[in-house]
Design a protein around this ligand. Structure first.
Ligand code: ZN
Length: 177
């Protein structure tokens, strides 16, 4: 099932998610539907809030060929797609500043600073706690999606000046939410 994607202005994007107590068939179905929704929208990540849900779960699929070669190699052991239940960023290293977009902010791209490498832990769909280290675009996606689960979106990571430069686009999105 393909969900409607919530856009900037929808109050659910500001909500903090609720930790998933147990990985049930309902959670597995939600993950499958979120992946279907993400692929239909040609995104590389999607968090529950973006489909109007508040379970602490996000999905990511960053193609290895979208990464710079050194990060493609670094991330090679991480299988895609990733379904992260109750994800937690445990450490960040380095800084990368690059264009970032979001399915809830269609047409808006901005340079956002993120950790270059991220160590994160999560529960998989079998209910097993795992941890992984990612770099590059995948590290950016993990930080972006985990932020969503705490009600934080990419505009919170922008400077005042960046926000001013997209104020008109934001207004139009909000008026259609
Ligand atoms: Zn997003």
């Amino acid at each position: 099932m393909v969900y409607e994607i919530m856009k900037y202005g929808d109050e659910v994007l500001r909500r903090e998610s609720t930790p998933v107590a147990e990985v049930t068939d309902e959670i597995r179905q939600l993950a499958a539907d979120m992946l279907e929704t993400m692929y239909a929208a040609q995104g590389v990540g999607l968090a529950a809030e973006q489909v109007g849900r508040t379970e602490r779960i996000c999905v990511i699929d960053v193609p290895h060929d979208a990464e710079k070669p050194e990060w493609a190699e670094f991330n090679a052991a991480i299988p895609m797609p990733l379904v992260l239940v109750n994800p937690e960023v445990t450490s960040l290293e380095g800084v990368q500043r690059d264009d970032e977009g979001c399915l809830s902010f269609p047409g808006i791209y901005a340079k956002i600073s993120r950790g270059e490498k991220v160590v994160f832990s999560y529960t998989d769909l079998e209910g097993k706690r795992r941890s992984a280290t990612a770099g590059g675009l995948l590290a950016r996606a993990v930080q972006h999606e985990t932020d969503h689960l705490f009600g934080v979106t990419m505009i919170d990571k922008m400077s005042q000046l960046q926000r001013m430069s997209i104020a008109g686009k934001l207004r139009r999105l909000r008026d259609h939410a």
